[in-house]
Design a protein around this ligand. Sequence first.
Ligand code: CDP
Ligand code: MG
Length: 140
Amino acid sequence: MAIERTLAIIKPDAVGRGLAGDIIKRIEGAGLRVRAMRLMRLGRAQAEAFYEVHKARPFYGSLCEYMSSGPVVVIALEADGAIARWRELMGATDPVKAAPGTIRKEFGMNVEQNATHGSDAPETAAREVAFFFSSLDIVA
Ligand code: CDP
Ligand code: MG
């Protein structure tokens, strides 16, 4: 595997329930290194831009409303194979279908409010990390 960067977001449902610390502990426990991190609230337009790839999907409007409904924690992660490893730790999109022990299984509320985001490929990871962080924010 190669050293990769990926974007993690602790979504509003999880931050709102005080789960950010638990989720960061799992990230660190899995050997994924935090290279940049910020607590912030997305504006509606920022959420729409971030999820632009899903613009045509029926859940897009509701998703953007939800993602701008409260604070999120955005994190740039780095590790060997970070993209797949973070997705594995999160579990499937729908918490009902997520494997036991995964973050979405344990913390997700439903298919929309599913606790965390993770980039799905090298190209999207590069775009998504750059969406939130400049090169100066990333700690070597
Ligand atoms: O986040 P992930 O890559 O697993 O799933 P996605 O297909 O890229 O969808 C992005 C996000 O849209 C999900 O994480 C959910 O928050 C939301 N979503 C939804 O509300 N309803 C669906 N049927 C699918 C996704
Ligand atoms: Mg996705």
